[in-house]
Design a protein around this ligand. Structure first.
Ligand SMILES: C[S@@+](CC[C@H](N)C(=O)[O-])C[C@H]1O[C@@H](n2cnc3c(N)ncnc32)[C@H](O)[C@@H]1O
Length: 259
């Protein structure tokens, strides 16, 4: 797959913003550790897989390190985190240090599309809350698979459209109902070994939206020249939380990579 987007385009798309706002993203998201995923739920899914101490884990698009650090801390496993937004790699390192798991975590700045096939495959490859950042679901799965050993696990934290729900929101156009999503995820011959439907938590979405809005207001007051953009970002985030709450069911899918 040839992807002509720049790194900044890709990060901006993943964070639902545009390039001009990227310098403000660390501040806008300063109060959030998880950027869309539920680190505790993903860790609990891994715990159920009865992994051994030598299990290697890679967290693709690790954001600020919430998932990687939780896994290292709770399961005592080695985790490699990869993210394309350099300021987040600094956050990851700080988080791992603050939770005492620096020795188990290694974070690198890089593009998971370009690095696919160049990094030793792991026993578990996690892809959490990246949605359609890598393109269509079949392209996405083909990238993730390259990070998992044959027979290893692929953990995808994403979701599907509720019965009668809509996919009419930017970034959600390719989402479908459950059966269709599972068919696409397993089209390469991998086996679905578990599926955890997440309990919708609209309070979490609302709280996160409020925290982003408060940060946006502070930036707008300090820097009027960027006020419209940051306030618009906060509004879009709030609208997305609402859309998700009304139309989407968050799910963690665990696949076993075929040989
Ligand atoms: C919504 S965040 C999710 C972060 C994290 N997985 C979590 O759940 O907290 C999406 C992340 O994907 C990263 N990203 C986007 N495209 C990427 C790529 N091609 N390679 C590596 N990381 C990428 C972004 O920088 C961003 O941190």
């Amino acid at each position: 797959m040839i992807d002509m987007r720049s790194e900044d385009d890709m990060v901006a798309y993943a964070l639902e913003t545009h390039i001009a706002l990227l310098p403000y993203i660390p501040e806008l998201l300063a109060d959030l550790e998880e950027l869309g995923s539920d680190a505790e739920a993903i860790t609990s899914v891994l715990d159920d897989l009865n992994l051994t101490k030598s299990t290697t884990v890679v967290d693709l698009g690790c954001g600020k390190g919430a998932v990687a650090v939780e896994i290292a801390e709770d399961l005592n496993l080695k985790v490699l985190g990869i993210d394309l937004f350099e300021p987040f790699i600094e956050s990851c390192t700080e988080l791992a240090e603050s939770r005492g798991v620096s020795e188990l975590c290694h974070f690198i700045h890089g593009d998971i599309i370009k690095l696919a096939g160049k990094i030793e495959p792991c026993d578990v490859a996690i892809f959490a809350a990246l949605g359609d950042v890598l393109g269509l679901l079949d392209q996405t799965v083909s990238v993730i698979r390259q990070y998992a050993k044959p027979g290893g696990y692929i953990v995808i934290s994403d979701g599907f459209i509720k019965d009668g729900g809509s996919s009419d929101f930017p970034g959600f156009e390719q989402y479908a109902e459950r059966a269709d999503m599972i068919a696409r995820l397993t089209a390469c011959g991998d086996t679905l070994v578990s599926e955890i439907i997440e309990a919708g938590d609209c309070d979490r979405g609302e709280n996160e939206g409020d925290m982003i809005a408060a940060r946006a207001k502070a930036i707008a007051a300090r820097q009027p020249e960027i006020a419209a953009e940051v306030l618009n970002y906060a509004e879009t985030q709030a609208a997305e939380y609402k859309f998700i709450d009304q139309n989407f069911i968050g799910t963690i899918w665990v696949l076993k990579r075929s040989h």
